[in-house]
Each structure stands twice: as structure tokens, then as C-alpha cells.
Write a protein that binds this ligand. Sequence first.
Ligand code: FAD
Length: 335
Amino acid sequence: MELKEYQDVWVFVQCFQGQPRDVGFELLGQGRLLADGLQQKLCAVVIGKDVDEGIKGATEYGADIIYVVQGAEYENYSSDAYGHAFLELCEKYHPNTILIGATANGRDLGSKLAICLHTGLTADCTALSVEADTGNVVWERPAFGGNLYARILCSETRPQMGTVRPGAFKKLEKCKNNQAVIIRENIRTAEADILTKVVGFIKAHDESGVKLEEAEYIVSGGRGMKGPENFEMLQELADLLGGTVGASRASVDAGWVPQTKQVGQTGKTVTPKVYIACGISGAVQHLAGMHEADTIIAINKDASAPIFEVADYGIVGDALEMIPAMIKEIRAVKN
Ligand code: FAD
């Protein structure tokens, strides 16, 4: 097949127990830009046992076409079942571009598809655009420890594929009047072909129940917090704001907070309304995960710390004194 025969931009709308994850909708926003640039259609792929919410969301977030594969064997993600269903769809419809959220399952699916389809995959993209003359998607991502940004093209093969971390882009507004064409494909995967079985789930996010990638307020602590005991005041502030706690890699490496809390290039990408960085220097690898926050407040003893270059509000001072003062003020306003 010639490259130009591959048509449409596909977005995988990942669901967990029937509930779509936000990253699929974030990617539908980016997919729309690519589809318009390529003058092609924007399509969503929904695979699962319960698919209604995925279809509803994909419609509201602007898909022109939704490919649906439904069956009991798709209740939980598995490489074998999801990989098989997605590959069958690709072999029938020949998409031009595939966008997948860089969750654990999305990374697994993306690499499996790329290998089976003999095409390229760019992981953890932070910006996407289209080269008008060639129709190649320009996949942009940090390289060499975040010190430069690489622009990667998949110019020889189709589909062109990329993963994007949850939270890297914001969702577009819902379009209530969108009428998507729904195409149901009866693709079944035999139980014997599914080599892994899900036996249960253990929640990994914190007790407050607010997930880092979805939090509107994040209070993040770095090495300047001095020890794990001082993260309690960060938690208290986060609770007051209805948010959650994040951390720099230095705090994670020191064993003060679990890795699931790490923000940055090798942690989570977050786009909260407010990000409060406490005792964090602002290394490029940390900034890579939080610089898109709407408002950044930095507290650091060192007035020349790089975090102040991205901060909207900077407080030069001791975080161990500033945080309790902030907690006191917020309590006073709330009461
Ligand atoms: P430091 O750089 O040690 O900064 C501590 C800051 O606290 C200083 O600015 C200091 O002035 C201030 N301070 C000290 N005491 C106080 C006080 N009482 N009150 C207020 N301020 C105080 N890092 C990440 O965060 N996320 C990543 O995903 C990540 N990925 C990486 C990937 C690679 C390949 C590499 C090479 C590095 C990565 N890093 C990452 C590490 C990164 O380079 C930095 O080392 C790390 O972010 C530093 O963490 P920090 O700011 O907490 O510590």
C-alpha cells in the first residue's frame, strides 16, 4: 500500500472498568488538530466489556467515527486481547496516525502494535503537529535528559504512532451536538489466546483519593523539605485545597515519598490549576512535568533557584515556616 492510502487519525480511548480515562479525551483534542491538518477524519477506538461511557465520551469530545469492539474477554486490559482486536481494526481500516495515552497499558499496547505493523512509535510526546507538504506528523519529545527537544518523523511507514502522557494536554470543550458514526466490529479473542489473567486490583493513589494527574491543586515537596515528616504539612495544605501531594525525584530517591508521587520527566506530567513547589530547585527534568500548570507558586530559600524563572508567584524563604503560615491563613479564611 502507498502511504497516502492510509487514512484518518485514530485515538485509543482507554477505559478502566467501563470508565474512560481522561487521557483519551485529551488526545482527541490533539487528534482533531492533526486530523484537520491532514484533512482526514478523527476516529476513536473503544475496546471493552462495557463500552457505553467510552462511546459517549468519544462522541462528546469530537470523534467523527468510533470503532467499537465489545466482549467479555475485553473486561480487563491484556496485551493479547486488546492487541489482537486493535490489530484486526488496523488491518481492515489502515489508519494514517494512531495516538495512545502513555499509561502502563497504553505503552504496552503501543509497542505491540508498532512491532506487529512494522512501523515507528515515538514515546512520551509533548507536542504534535503536521508537516503540510509531506503529511508526516512531527512528534516532539524531550531527549538527552531533557536538555534538548527532538522532533521525530515516521516518514517511511504508516501508521505513524505516538504515545502521550496523561495530563500533557488539556481536554477541549465538549461538543454536545456532535454526531459520531459508530462502527461495531465483531472481533473475538479466544480465552486460550489470552496468556495473562487479572486476579485483582490494588489502589495505588493516595488516601485522599485525588490522583496526581487529575488534581487541580498540587503541593509538591523537594529536598528542601528536609525529611519525610515535613511532608505531613504539605498533605495538610493539599487537603485544605482539595488537592494532593507531589514530589521531586530527590524526595522520591531519598525514600520520603513513593515513586507514584514523582513529577517530571521520569515521573508524572501534571497540568493543575495551581502547583505549589516547596523546596524544589527547578531542574529541567522537574519542569518538564509541571511547567504547563496554570499558576505556579514557588517557595525556595535561594532567590536564584531556577524554579523562580517559571513561577508566577515566588516566595523567597523557608518552606518549613511558610507552609504552616499558609495553612493558618487558609483555615482562617475558611472558618
Ligand atoms: P535540589 O536540586 O537539591 O533542590 C532543593 C532546593 O530546596 C534548593 O533549591 C534549595 O535552595 C531549596 N531549599 C533548601 N532548604 C529549603 C527550605 N528550608 N525552604 C525552602 N527551600 C529550601 N527530577 C524530578 O523532580 N523529576 C523527574 O522526573 C526527574 N527525572 C530525571 C531524569 C533524568 C534522566 C535525570 C538525569 C534527572 C532527573 N531528575 C528528575 C532529577 C533532577 O535533575 C534534579 O536532581 C531533581 O529534580 C532535584 O530535586 P530537588 O529540586 O528536590 O532537589
